[in-house]
Design a protein around this ligand. Structure first.
Ligand code: MTE
Ligand code: MTE
Ligand code: MTE
Ligand code: W
Length: 637
């Protein structure tokens, strides 16, 4: 008997139109757990580095994670893993909501998609019945519209739908996959789905998931449920906070050069909150979670949509507009299915090019006079890939700059590994963050940061913080206590902090726990509900595996190194590992490179960022080392 997981994947070949239910190897669960962990192994095995991200040979994997469908509270993050058209590297984009648990209840751990359908289709999974169906009636439909049509067509309001909009259909590189209140947003996973001509997946399951020790797991999960409900340090920090001063005063606006210190004031807060009160219908949660991080918005003239986290500010800040603009344009971009981080950056980049005279009225015929009109205009040409400029913008800032030329490259100053970053412009370089930006293979800093605080607190507060810090291994308590304001930590501490941050995300993204209850929330003081010391119990009780903190840490390292091997095989090297140049006003290039050396060494990587044979073998990835040696990427020593 398999516990926690179903033991079956769905293999869908869109070129052939075939669907197979395939048993999985329990050994892979032991090595990688599940979620993006096991997805990494599949991508390593099946997608050679020559494969173009938008070619039929690329594989798109939807993973329900190891603890989905168990009583473990907040285990609901579905991983969407593939090779990104934006970066050409691995991407793990996540969505919450109900999709992963529903997939488990239908009897599957993963949906593995390959090929390219001759016509637009959707996948309907209803327990044992799985079929590809014609989706011509859904062509051009919005993401939420598609979900509503499918719920009606399939005569079940409980079907869980993940869909792309027009952006995905047109293979816009920043296309998202939208599901209920959540989205797998970044790095073009929607474009990959569109390249396979798969409009949507609808899933409905009514089976049980076996649990190794159900009574005990139920008991500790009930306690956790109450604790999470009451814990103010759990859930989205931005969901119920209307004071936006930190973000609007400190983050850059437009195409990432300007900060507007002092923009925030009482009057503005009142105006923004008043509008929010008028258009917010209610708050929503994800599967088996007592927090309400997403809110449903109804803006005049737009269909309703869910909003969360920093997405509530990105368009406003990109366009130098008031908050109503954000609510308005999100109503459209959510239906198109577009990443709310990259897209506003692309539009702001085009605005800058226009202001600089690089783009002219000849390039943009009928370009409106006002900011808002211009953003909507640019959005339209990008999503429909109209003309040379629309087509260029659809490929993201990095590529657009090079396609447009005429000096546009200079305005591409906020990308890392070819992906637009949220325009954070900060003061003095922070070395753990420097390392996360450099070496982070998920590109989203939110998917890497979060266990170790970003800045030292005043001594009294720091003491209290540490007393409360059940999540932290001892060494971090010491380093944090010794970290004085305006000083850097020792190199060793910065390296370890980066490593701890990323490790916890690798744990979450394999077992499916929401980072807002775990890896992302440690930095804010007060222990997060889940951490390296208590998660092993949940895993053991759910799966029957013999798990402890050390083993869990090692699995996260194995997954981390396998990801790195995929990217290294696709050409990633040290020279690409750098944050945007003006991310911090004050940099220290020499120390930065010393940190990078120390990080690589700590990881057991070469000074070019390649995992060594020894390190890979230690982690049970000897065959991965062999492959890298055969390709001449690693030497045999
Ligand atoms: N959970 C996991 N496991 N991994 C993640 O990267 N990101 C967090 C949160 N939970 C994250 C996660 C952040 S910053 C956001 S904004 C939301 O998931 C995204 O929520 P959604 O998928 O519901 O849209
Ligand atoms: N894009 C859309 N369409 N909707 C969203 O809610 N959330 C943003 C960003 N882009 C969001 C979005 C936030 S807050 C985060 S942290 C990232 O997506 C999460 O990236 P991921 O979904 O690729 O994991
Ligand atoms: N970093 C700093 N210094 N301050 C912040 O407030 N917000 C986080 C994260 N990093 C934040 C931060 C949140 S909530 C989000 S959603 C992200 O920045 C978005 O960036 P990403 O695309 O790099 O994940
Ligand atoms: W976020």
């Amino acid at each position: 008997m398999r516990y926690a997981e179903t033991g079956f994947n769905l293999e869908v070949d869109l070129s052939q139109g075939s669907v197979k239910r395939v048993p999985t190897d329990p050994k892979l669960t032991e090595l990688h757990l599940g979620g993006q962990g096991t997805a990494l192994r599949i991508l390593w095995d099946r997608v050679p580095p020559e494969v173009d991200p938008l070619a039929p040979e690329n594989v798109l994997i939807f993973s329900a994670a190891l603890l989905h469908g168990t009583p473990v509270v907040g285990a609901n993050r579905t991983s969407v893993s593939t090779i990104s058209p934006q970066t050409g590297l691995y991407v793990n984009s996540l969505m919450g909501g109900y999709f992963g648990p529903e997939l488990k209840f239908a009897g599957y751990d993963k949906i593995i998609l390959t090929g390219e359908s001759p016509k637009l289709v959707y996948l309907w999974i209803h327990n044992d019945k799985v079929e590809l169906r014609d989706a011509s009636h859904l062509q051009g439909k919005g993401t939420r519209e598609t979900a509503a049509i499918l719920a009606k067509e399939l005569k079940d309001p409980k079907v869980q739908v993940a869909a792309i909009g027009l952006a995905g259909e047109n293979r816009v590189y920043t296309a998202s996959i939208e599901h209920y209140n959540s989205s797998a947003a970044r790095h073009g996973v929607g474009a990959v789905m569109g390249s396979k001509r798969l409009k949507a997946i609808a899933v409905r399951g009514t089976k049980d998931v076996n649990i190794a020790h159900p009574a005990e797991l139920w008991t500790i999960s009930q306690v956790k449920y109450k604790e999470i409900h009451e814990n103010p340090n759990a859930g989205d920090p931005m969901a119920h906070d209307h004071n936006e001063s930190f973000h609007v005063d400190n983050f850059a606006w437009g195409n990432a050069r300007e900060r507007r210190k002092g923009y925030w004031n009482k009057e503005r807060e009142e105006r923004w909150v008043a509008l929010w009160k008028r258009i917010r219908l209610r708050d929503t949660s994800c599967y088996n979670c007592p927090k309400d991080c997403h809110y449903l918005i109804s803006y005049p003239g737009r269909s309703t949509y869910h909003l969360k986290c920093f997405n509530k500010l990105t368009y406003t800040m990109a366009a130098f507009e008031e908050i109503d603009f954000n609510y308005d344009i999100l109503g459209l971009t959510t239906e198109y299915g577009l990443d709310g981080f990259s897209t506003p950056q692309i539009l702001a980049f085009a605005m800058e090019l226009y202001q600089a005279g690089i783009l002219t009225n000849e390039d943009l015929p009928g370009f409106p006079e006002d900011n808002r009109g211009r953003f909507f205009y640019l959005l339209d040409i990008m999503v429909h890939r109209k003309g040379m400029i629309g087509d260029a913008l659809a490929q993201g800032v990095y590529r657009a700059a090079r396609i447009i030329g005429r000096g546009a490259e200079e305005y591409d100053h906020n990308t890392t590994k070819k992906v637009e970053q949220v325009p954070l412009k900060l003061g003095i370089v922070n070395f753990p963050f420097f390392l996360m930006y450099c070496t982070g293979e998920k590109m989203n800093i939110t998917q890497i940061e979060g266990s170790f605080p970003q800045a030292p607190l005043k001594l009294e507060k720091r003491k209290k913080f540490v007393e409360n810090w059940a999540a932290a291994p001892e060494r971090f308590k010491k380093w944090f206590m010794e970290w004085e304001p305006r000083q850097h930590m020792p190199i060793e501490a910065s390296v370890a902090a980066c490593d701890w941050n990323e490790t916890m995300h690798f744990v979450d993204d394999a077992i499916g726990t929401c980072a807002w209850l775990s890896s992302f929330r440690g930095q804010f003081g007060g222990s997060p509900p889940y951490h390296i010391f208590n998660l092993p119990d949940y895993i053991s009780l759910a799966t029957g595996m013999d798990m402890d903190s050390d083993k869990l840490w090692e699995i996260a390292q194995r997954n981390r190194n396998l990801l790195r091997a995929i990217n290294v095989r696709r050409g990633l090297r040290r020279d690409e590992e750098k944050p945007p140049e003006d991310h911090w006003a004050i940099r220290d290039p020499e120390m930065e490179q010393k940190h990078l050396d120390a990080y690589y060494e700590f990881k057991g990587w070469t000074m070019d960022g390649i995992p060594t044979k020894g390190r890979l073998e230690e982690l049970g990835l000897g065959d991965v080392a062999e492959d890298l040696i055969k390709r001449g990427i690693l030497t045999g020593n």
